[in-house]
Design a protein around this ligand. Structure first.
Ligand SMILES: [Zn+2]
Ligand SMILES: [Zn+2]
Length: 243
């Protein structure tokens, strides 16, 4: 009975508030868990292989097997593996910006559906601890939510008990990193994070969650302090990745 009740409510809601594409606002041709119209959906680019097995960079112009990228060959990153669901290109750029800066949290259900439909992220399963990249409390107050925490809950709904949003702290306030070079980002984020309780992360397989992997500086800084605190492994999952 309860299930039928929920279905009636959901059909009524669709009638009263017709769904629209998260990116362009057009009504989608068909109802689906991913709220994108056909053309926006076709424009979403998955990160296909060959990939860098470490940082997840896609060598989309190459063919052949996965291979380490130049940065990973120099041991640049502190994390063990980073993966993203989709490329950070339109319409994902628009949807993430609305989600992050305008509180369009209705996108979460679609993000979750994209993640569930993707094969190949099995290597990120079974973490001991899930840590959303923290915001500085000033930014958290201004925004009202941490987008990485909402993503963590959407991606791992059955493992919410593993999510710890307090153990890693961002104690340095930095201006938004968008548009800055890798070098400036690294300087800005140096010593910006700290682990509050080393015992919680010691010997753990930690999965960091963030919205976008741009140069990887933010997750790399987090990975550095987590490894210093004794984390056995640090994995990274972001919604999107810059090419
Ligand atoms: Zn659309
Ligand atoms: Zn790489």
């Amino acid at each position: 009975m309860k299930k039928i009740g929920r279905e009636i409510i959901s059909s009524l809601m669709e009638l009263l508030f017709p769904a629209s594409c998260l990116a362009c606002g057009q009504p989608p041709e068909q109802f689906s868990e991913i709220m994108l119209c056909r053309s926006c959906r076709a424009a979403v680019k998955l990160l296909s292989g060959p990939l860098c097995p470490c940082c997840g960079k896609s060598f989309h112009k190459n063919t052949g097997a996965d291979h380490l990228c130049g940065l990973c060959l120099t041991g640049h990153y502190h994390f063990d593996m980073a993966r993203a669901l989709v490329k950070y290109s339109p319409p994902i750029t628009t949807i993430i910006s609305r989600f992050k800066y305008h509180g369009q949290t209705t996108s979460l259900k679609s993000f979750q559906a994209i993640q569930q439909q993707l094969p190949g992220l099995t290597e990120l399963k079974q973490p001991d601890l899930i840590i959303p990249v923290p915001l500085h409390f000033k930014r958290l107050q201004k925004r009202g939510f941490n987008q990485a925490l909402l993503l963590a809950r959407a991606f791992y709904p059955d493992q919410c008990q593993l999510i710890d949003f307090k153990v890693l702290e961002r104690h340095r306030y930095t201006e938004p990193q968008t548009g800055l070079s890798g070098k400036i980002r690294r300087q800005n984020l140096k010593n910006a994070f700290q682990v509050k309780d080393q015992e919680i992360v010691a010997e753990k397989r930690v999965l960091l969650i963030d919205d976008v992997f741009t140069t990887g500086t933010t997750v790399n800084e987090c990975a550095k302090v987590l490894k210093r605190a004794g984390a056995r492994e640090v994995l990274v999952l972001t919604m999107a990745r810059v090419d």
